[in-house]
Design a protein around this ligand. Structure first.
Ligand SMILES: NC(=O)c1ccc[n+]([C@@H]2O[C@H](COP(=O)([O-])OP(=O)(O)OC[C@H]3O[C@@H](n4cnc5c(N)ncnc54)[C@H](O)[C@@H]3O)[C@@H](O)[C@H]2O)c1
Length: 358
């Protein structure tokens, strides 16, 4: 890993997430400059570079890597490109923040992390929801033993109308690899697994549906290339996934994600422990359940103020990690691999109609 104090960041993909998050947040980090941005849509890359003050624009990422020699590369393109782009950046000697899902399959993700390890470079993933104030408060309670042994979790992200990028790469299986399961599933898994201290998954049963997108329903506003529903709109990914994961230590997780549902927006992770339980919501709530002096109590955690949002925390931790700060909390290769392993197993279980043993 580089000990350089000067970070030169190159961004591949000038879409929604890099415009709103990667470029402005990296620009706030100490000794860090976003030196270049690349997109096959050259006009989009140019517009974002002008808006954010990034000095160099490319439409060919290999050329950008060769000429700019970044030591941090952000990969923020359609999912199918994550592996080749992250691998090219690692081979060019750059650390990588790769957007989620890190890869479409467990085998691909394993190869990517092996490439990073062989070069002593960091490869991490943008599953930032572990850094919300409620999640950090809940993690603090985990670290202090509040829950006792955590034997179960339920983790849910359901949107009422939230299919992203309708008609773009998001809803095209060849480019996205999957729908809600891959897109918001990895975030939803990371929230529960982070609090459970990443137990090893052993058995997985899952189902997926495509109930809304094929009918042009449940559409959300996220993404750069949304189209209006028409007979020609391609939609061949899932929009709902439910699963149960049993871990090697006997703990269980129930998992529900939906890009769209005839139900209220729901973003919650619940933890069940032998001594305490918790309900961790979106931005503002951590409810704790336990016994006090022989009585059942429910406590609301007063959340400490947090500087910036959860993605700010992820990027700040990544830069601190690269600077050698061993207390930095990053999404590790082992953790990112578990996300993809579980997603893989849910996909297989859904296709084959049976439990998958890992
Ligand atoms: N961590 C998070 O919370 C989060 C949130 C949103 C999106 N994402 C992830 O970020 C990635 C990008 O999503 P988005 O919402 O910005 O999508 P988007 O559609 O807004 O942008 C994608 C961009 O990639 C560009 N692109 C496509 N092929 C390219 C290539 N070969 N070379 C260079 N650029 C290319 C497109 O022209 C487009 O500008 C996806 O993997 C998505 O899953 C993560």
């Amino acid at each position: 890993m580089s000990n350089s104090q000067e970070w030169r960041v190159a961004v591949i993909g000038a879409g929604t997430i890099s415009q709103r998050v990667h470029i402005p947040v990296f620009q706030k980090q100490p000794n860090t400059t976003v030196v270049a941005v690349c997109d096959v849509n050259a006009a989009r890359a140019e517009a974002i570079a002008v808006e954010t003050g990034v000095p160099n624009v490319y439409s060919d990422y290999e050329k950008m890597l060769a000429e700019m020699q970044p030591n941090i590369t952000v990969v923020a393109t359609p999912n199918v490109f994550h592996k080749p782009m992250a691998t090219a950046a690692l081979e060019a000697g750059s650390n990588v923040l790769c957007e989620k899902p890190v890869a479409l399959t467990y085998a691909d993700a394993s190869e990517m992390f092996a490439t990073a390890a062989a070069r002593n470079l960091a490869l991490t993933v943008g599953t930032h929801f572990r850094f919300t104030a409620p999640m950090q408060a809940a993690k603090n309670h985990v670290n202090h033993g509040f829950f006792g042994r955590i034997y179960a979790a339920r983790t849910v992200w359901q949107r009422r109308n939230g299919i992203p990028g309708y008609g773009s790469w998001f809803t095209n299986k060849d480019l996205a690899g999957g729908g809600a399961l891959l897109d918001i599933g990895v975030h939803t898994l990371d929230r529960a697994l982070y609090l459970m201290n990443y137990p090893q998954p052993a058995r997985v049963t899952g189902v997926t549906f495509a109930e809304f997108g094929p009918r042009g329903r449940g559409l959300g506003g996220w993404g750069s290339d949304i189209s209006k529903p028409s007979a020609n709109t391609r939609y061949d990914v899932d929009d709902v996934a439910w699963a149960q994961v049993v871990f090697a230590d006997g703990a269980v997780m129930q998992f529900q994600v939906a890009w769209a549902a005839n139900y209220a927006d729901t973003f919650v992770t619940e933890i069940f422990g032998t001594e305490g339980g918790a309900r961790i919501g979106g931005q503002d709530s951590v409810e704790l359940y336990s016994m006090l002096n022989g009585l059942e109590v429910k406590t609301d955690t007063q959340l400490p103020a947090q500087k910036g949002g959860s993605y700010d925390q992820l990027i700040a931790n990544f830069v601190r990690y690269l600077n050698g700060d061993t207390s930095a909390d990053i999404v590790t290769p082992e953790q990112a691999l578990v996300h993809v392993q579980i997603v893989d197993a849910i996909t297989r279980s859904a296709a084959e109609g049976r439990e998958v043993v890992l």
